[in-house]
Ligand binder design. Structure first.
Ligand SMILES: Nc1ncnc2c1ncn2[C@@H]1O[C@H](COP(=O)(O)OP(=O)(O)OP(=O)(O)O)[C@@H](O)[C@H]1O
Ligand SMILES: [Mg+2]
Length: 347
């Protein structure tokens, strides 16, 4: 008797419904429905989505800004995928790769499954794993199998860290072949849902690290690269990032938003040219803003305002090489001018 048959034999009948929670959810939301593209802040067309209510649909971040041309490409990828493609979104740390796919799913009520691709990952972890319970061995479908079966987006973050074997395992899935799950016996052939899409994010575009900043990135072989649509994502244009800040934090003083973005863009520029070993992600920008608000009237022992410096440390610079930290703080002082010592409460 092989190990596989033993596992199958041990699966109690009730556990062939290990995906019951997902099945019930899908019965509730029913099939696809047209969604107006105004959900992306860009009215005038429709896109296929689902009825609301599935527990795997991410929360909407109302302040999220969809870059127009990326949205256009992604909608086309979402609607028709007969070419066996995945979508590779790449770019610097914190440019918004994952949140693009997440917010796309959120707006059209699509289930969103997020996994991390590390070098120890084998694909089986995302397909089906066997869990021991008091009733015996129980197969539990992983995020890849669930997305293939029920539709939605599987987002593999840091996909460029995966080893080739794991990437190669994705090829047949990308080509639309049924997923075979031996642990489920004759119930284990899953045909892909018409709205199953695979998104991969990474700092490099599949050709390995060309910047020297992401040395952990692996080069994809051409067979894998050939199965992906590729899009580079960059930080938002300054005026849009300012709007995002003010939408995310309505109470933030309007005058300070351009200064925050100016500082962030300076750090990003120095990161790109290799001068400073850290970048200012969009995530860290919002964190900086939040801590500026929290420390709006914070003073040090001498009565001098120190809230902005403290917020900058908390958001980005604490723990950096001291020279780099000082350089960033010096630059911040210039950018914020009087506000550096007056504080956000006095704007
Ligand atoms: N277009 C955007 N509009 C509004 N906020 C954004 C946008 N892009 C990114 N952000 C903010 O930045 C945060 C980080 O973005 P995200 O996690 O998507 O970046 P990433 O590129 O996937 O980062 P990493 O390289 O660390 O994986 C988001 O949670 C969001 O708050
Ligand atoms: Mg990410």
């Amino acid at each position: 008797m092989t190990m596989m048959t033993r596992v199958e034999d041990n699966i109690p009948a009730a556990h062939t419904g290990v995906i019951a929670k997902e099945e019930t959810a899908f019965e509730l939301i029913g099939s696809e429905q047209d969604i107006d593209t105004s959900v992306f802040g860009r009215p005038g067309a429709t896109v296929t989505g689902f009825k609301p209510g599935h527990f795997r649909v991410p929360q909407i971040k109302a302040y999220y800004h969809f870059p127009a041309d990326l949205l256009e490409d992604f909608c086309a990828f979402w609607e028709v995928n007969d070419g066996g493609e995945g979508f590779l979104l790449f770019g610097d740390a914190g440019v918004g790769k994952t949140s693009f796919a997440e917010q796309f799913a959120a707006r059209i009520n699509a289930p969103f499954y997020e996994v991390v691709g590390d070098r120890d990952r084998v694909l089986d972890d995302w397909i089906c794993t066997i869990h021991m319970t008091n009733d015996g061995a129980k197969p539990v479908l992983g995020p890849l199998a669930l997305a293939v079966k029920f539709g939605g987006i599987l987002c593999i973050n840091e996909g460029d860290k995966l080893r080739p074997a794991a990437r190669h395992g994705l090829h047949s899935i990308l080509e639309g072949m049924p997923l075979v799950i031996p642990q489920l016996g004759n119930k284990g052939v899953i045909r892909p849902h018409p709205y199953f899409r695979l998104v991969m994010t990474g700092n490099s575009g599949g050709y390995g690290d060309q910047s020297g900043m992401y040395q952990d990135s692996n080069r994809f072989d051409l067979a894998t690269l050939d199965r992906f649509v590729k899009r580079r994502l960059d930080y938002l244009p300054a005026n849009i990032e300012e709007q995002v800040i003010l939408q995310a934090y309505e109470e933030f003083p309007e005058e300070l938003a351009p200064m925050v973005v100016k500082l962030a863009n300076k750090v990003r520029e120095q990161f790109r040219n290799g001068t400073w070993a850290c970048t200012f992600s969009q995530r860290a920008v919002l964190r900086f803003v939040r801590w500026i608000i929290i420390h709006a009237d914070k003073k040090d022992a001498t009565g001098t305002h120190c809230g902005l410096a403290r917020a900058l440390d908390l958001a980005l610079t604490e723990g950096l090489d001291e020279d780099v930290r000082k350089a960033i703080h010096e630059h911040a002082k210039d950018v914020f001018g009087n506000w550096w010592t007056l504080g956000a409460a006095n704007v």
